[in-house]
Write a protein of this length. Structure first.
Length: 81
């Protein structure tokens, strides 16, 4: 793969523990920039939706529903088509 062809979906900074609650797409699915990709649930009850950073293919999901994630974790990779 050439540089610049893959974008990481990163867990943003939050003041709480988070758990992956739902993936809106599966590995291999095409996605558009800005599509909701994954929902994470914070222990304080708040929910966050993380979006696709670019248009392409959801190449790899690194955390499954129920996994705990921390700030900076790479949740998935989106590759250019």
């Amino acid at each position: 793969m050439e540089d610049g062809k893959v974008a990481e979906v990163l867990m943003p900074a939050v003041d709480d523990t988070a758990t992956v609650s739902y993936w809106y797409f599966e590995e291999g699915d095409p996605v558009e920039e800005g599509d909701d990709l994954v929902a994470v649930q914070l222990t304080n009850g708040a929910s966050l939706k993380l979006v696709a950073p670019r248009t392409g293919i959801l190449n790899e999901v690194l955390y499954v529903e129920g996994d705990e994630v921390e700030e900076g974790d790479v949740l998935a990779l989106v590759e250019d088509e």
